[in-house]
Design a protein around this ligand. Sequence first.
Ligand SMILES: *[C@@H]1O[C@H](CO)[C@@H](O)[C@H](O)[C@H]1NC(C)=O
Ligand SMILES: *[C@@H]1O[C@H](CO)[C@@H](O)[C@H](O)[C@H]1NC(C)=O
Ligand SMILES: *[C@@H]1O[C@H](CO)[C@@H](O)[C@H](O)[C@H]1NC(C)=O
Ligand SMILES: *[C@@H]1O[C@H](CO)[C@@H](O)[C@H](O)[C@H]1NC(C)=O
Ligand SMILES: *[C@@H]1O[C@H](CO)[C@@H](O)[C@H](O)[C@H]1NC(C)=O
Length: 578
Amino acid sequence: MRSTTIFRLLAALLPLVSPQGVSAAVACTNKFTAVTAANAIKALHPGWNLGNTLDAVPDEGSWNNAPATPALLDQIKARGFKSIRIPVTWAYHFDTTSPSWTVNPTFMTRVETVVDQALAAGFSVVLNVHHDSWVWADQTVAGANTTMILEKFTSLWSQIGTKFACKSSSLIFEAINEPTGSTQEHGDLLNKMNANFLDVINKAGGFNPQRVVSLSGLGQDILKTTQFFKRPTTYPNQPWAIQFHYYSPYDFIFSAWGKTIWGSDADKAALEADFDMLHGNFSGVPAFIGEWDASVSSTEVAARWKYNDFFIKTTNKYGYSAIIWDNGDDQYNRTAAFWKDPVGIDVLFNAVAGKGNALADSTTDINAASQNTSAYLWHKVGAAVTDVEVPYILNGNKLSGVKDSKGKTLSSSDYTMSSAGVLKLSKSYLSTLYSTTTKPGAIATLTLSFSASPNLTLQVYQFATPILPSSSSTYSLNSLDAAVDLHIPITYQGLPRVAAIRALREDGSILVDDWTQYLGPLQKGRMTYGDWGFDDKGLTVWAAGVAKLKASGGQGVRVLVEFWPRWEGNSVEVRFTV
Ligand SMILES: *[C@@H]1O[C@H](CO)[C@@H](O)[C@H](O)[C@H]1NC(C)=O
Ligand SMILES: *[C@@H]1O[C@H](CO)[C@@H](O)[C@H](O)[C@H]1NC(C)=O
Ligand SMILES: *[C@@H]1O[C@H](CO)[C@@H](O)[C@H](O)[C@H]1NC(C)=O
Ligand SMILES: *[C@@H]1O[C@H](CO)[C@@H](O)[C@H](O)[C@H]1NC(C)=O
Ligand SMILES: *[C@@H]1O[C@H](CO)[C@@H](O)[C@H](O)[C@H]1NC(C)=O
């Protein structure tokens, strides 16, 4: 007994004093159920990322989320998610007082606690090395010391491999998140890192030789992974999978250049071609998507439902499991414990189950001059109250009923649904919700239920064009500071969101990203992600955007701020003068 204790002590201590993988292997006393990589990856679907938590810089709790709790994990489990990816940034937790690169034991224990809680809750767990990839492990910065990167990475995985050696087969190690780089040289170092990772976790012992691992290509990007990733040749019995991340198309996912629509045949074909490229290069290798996310904060509702539906259908087709990213503001509100778009999550699960989702129709034509969405019924102040038609894509479903905000079932005289999916709400019913003079804002949420699809919500809004105070309708470019964000107060009259902003010089030319002239009327001249944002008080032009306005070549700039619905005229103009 005594010698076993000493052996365990040594096993725990040796990696700390000699982190290069020469330590004695951990011996485990518990049982391990070996699984194939294919089955382990299948079991991840669908999963959820504990984002902006243990990966926050410098500490858990430093960003927008409180430390993880077992209650949070239980809530995610209760919603049906099968796996949790736990991103961990180790960069700020190396013990500076010890030799080498020793992880602070308190932090290591904290990570173990969260991993244990997730395993105890019944999840498959993916544990990784996260933002380290843009701190000490970034090989693309000038003067990067690749010897140090390789040594530190190897030491880190030797320690993680030792600490977690006896965990169950539900724990997957992911070598590194989104490693930077774009060249063969970068790819070569990463391949070496992957090989060293396999080496030290194997040498750490325990169940690691049978543990499923997730290897990374540059950026965990499909194209770069196909270009530079080398399959491991050492440890041929190690079950492994390839992981990639998917945030495409960028402009839709990040609400850039006015792309608030998604779902055309071309959009779908582009997504499928990406998945197919990975599949073609990795046939026979289990693959999964460790991050993807049409965020509730930045995508239009009906377009997001379509995206979730098609995205998951396509992951099913290729056998890619998918773990949704959630930074704490994207999908699940952790403090008040609710899904920000419960329908979007329902659509996701229904697609995982292989069932056809009824979907709200929405504009997909890139040449459209205005945008419609059946997630909303918009009524403009002053407009006559009439029958309204709202189109759906039924995908084999039948409408079984409609309820109002209070849960009361609408009567058959209140609406009809055509076999083509057009819901017609009667003027007499709509008159009970709004008149020409009803105050702008949210009026009601109708819930449509279907034969074999999740319920869809239809939000009824009365709207008028938002009000820009005269004091904020004109700014002098010279008096703006290019290092300071500009807040422009707006009184919304309807949905409190900005949809897009367009910037034209006084002569009508496009101020930034001139190539957007080739896009449709909803996108021409629109500014991108990172230039602007909004909240319920108005628009913010971020410093980066202010700098672009100031670099107008001596001309004034007219900024068109567009709201929902994106119908002609539902916008205000802010002028920037020289
Ligand atoms: C690079 O890192 C290695 C390993 O830590 C170290 O020995 C070497 O001195 C470093 N080189 C430079 C130029 O800092
Ligand atoms: C593999 O990836 C490359 C891009 O790096 C792509 O051109 C090629 O079509 C892919 N191969 C297959 C068989 O899909
Ligand atoms: C979560 O919801 C609460 C209550 O509605 C709200 O106060 C809080 O700001 C929300 N948090 C996030 C990150 O959206
Ligand atoms: C959007 O809806 C409005 C109001 O119902 C209608 O006038 C317009 O033609 C629609 N636009 C598109 C592109 O369907
Ligand atoms: C969907 O709507 C039906 C009918 O209104 C209701 O009975 C059911 O509870 C709803 N389902 C969900 C998940 O909200």
